[in-house]
Design a protein around this ligand. Structure first.
Ligand code: DAH
Length: 340
């Protein structure tokens, strides 16, 4: 028996496999229930008691050697499988790569940009950390004016004030300081307000600001441009209406409503049974703002508008909680896969 075992050990040591099947054949031959190793263990009964101990040790060695050999060969083939085998077998299915999807805010932002790009607006961006000048003073917010309280500000430093911009209107000033009219641009970006987070409000959100400065720009141009946007974005049936409003940087100022695209104006939950939903603020750029940027307000006029991207997306997709945009819950985001 001892000789038999030694011969098997030899065989194990010199065994080489070219395929995984050969490894499996080897395993079955030595280690399966009816294989050589269990067979030898059952022969132990006939070994005289004084030789059993030694025989048991040799047998265990044989078993371990066979197991080590199988493990060693298996690991070689497992490694090969990742590369060589996969690429040589062209019938194997490809690894499934899960595609991501665009965030709804990005989808809506891109759509707004596309609509305005097609009518000649270029895109500019400005910093999120601003001075008081760009966020308030140059935009005609007087010192200590209650209009500053309309927007709860996150201050980074006081005197001189450095803050997180509360609106993208700050980019108007940066662009008008740098460029000569005609200016026709939109400014998408992130804005910050010190507000309690709820289903309706967040301390971080996105806006798109628009600005058009040239000779003879009128309120009619403003209305037509925004009407064009509304019909492109919400559908050709959409109607618009303008209500007088107040912003320090525009005179006159207005808010634009669109006819409810859910009920067509008949009244529903989305429009709170009024038939209209508010989508943006706008107006003719106040001459003081033009002068603050060294643009001759006798020669040039212009209009501006600003809208919230979350608000617009909430309307378009009927999302009733703004917090969903910031939670990155895959179940929410996946719903927009087809909207790319
Ligand atoms: N900046 C305003 C806000 O955040 C929105 C706005 C209103 C922008 C009127 C404008 C405008 O350009 O003309 O509430």
């Amino acid at each position: 028996m001892k000789d038999k075992i030694n011969a098997y050990i030899e065989e194990i040591n010199s065994f080489k496999a070219a395929t995984q099947e050969q490894v499996e054949g080897f395993r079955i031959k030595f280690l399966s229930k009816k294989g050589i190793v269990p067979g030898l263990f059952s022969e132990m009964k006939s070994v005289p008691p004084d030789a059993r101990r030694e025989m048991g040790q040799i047998l265990n060695q044989l078993k371990n050697k066979a197991q080590e050999k199988v493990n060693e060969l298996k690991s070689v083939f497992d490694k090969k499988d990742d590369g060589a085998n996969a690429s040589s077998d062209l019938t194997l299915p490809a690894n499934f790569i899960e595609l991501g999807s665009r965030h709804p805010i990005t989808i809506v932002r891109n759509e707004i940009i596309n609509i305005f790009s097609r009518i000649g607006f270029v895109v500019s961006e400005g910093p999120e950390i601003e001075s008081d000048w760009y966020n308030f003073s140059a935009l005609n917010f007087p010192e200590e004016h209650p209009a500053r309280d309309m927007q709860d500000t996150f201050f980074i430093e006081k005197n001189p004030d450095i803050l997180l911009r509360t609106h993208t209107s700050s980019v108007q000033i940066r662009v008008m300081e740098k460029e000569k009219p005609p200016i026709r641009a939109i400014f998408p970006g992130r804005v910050f307000r010190n507000e309690a987070i709820s289903a309706r409000a967040h301390c971080i959100f996105h806006q798109v600001e628009g600005l058009y400065i040239d000779e003879n720009v009128s309120f009619a141009d403003l209305k037509q441009t925004l009407y064009h946007f509304a019909t492109e974005f919400f559908g050709t049936e959409t109607q618009t209406r303008f209500r007088p409003s107040y912003f320090p940087f525009t005179e006159p100022s207005a808010e634009m409503d669109i006819s409810c695209f859910i009920c067509g104006g008949k009244g529903c939950k989305v429009c709170k049974y009024t038939g209209w939903v508010e989508i943006l603020g706008c107006g003719m750029v106040d001459p003081n703002v033009l002068e603050n940027c060294n643009i001759d307000s006798e020669k040039y006029t212009g209009f501006a508008f600003g809208m919230g991207i979350e608000r617009t997306a909430m309307l378009k997709y009927q999302i009733n909680d703004i917090r969903l945009f910031f939670e990155n819950d895959i179940r929410f985001l996946k719903q927009f896969e087809s909207a790319i």
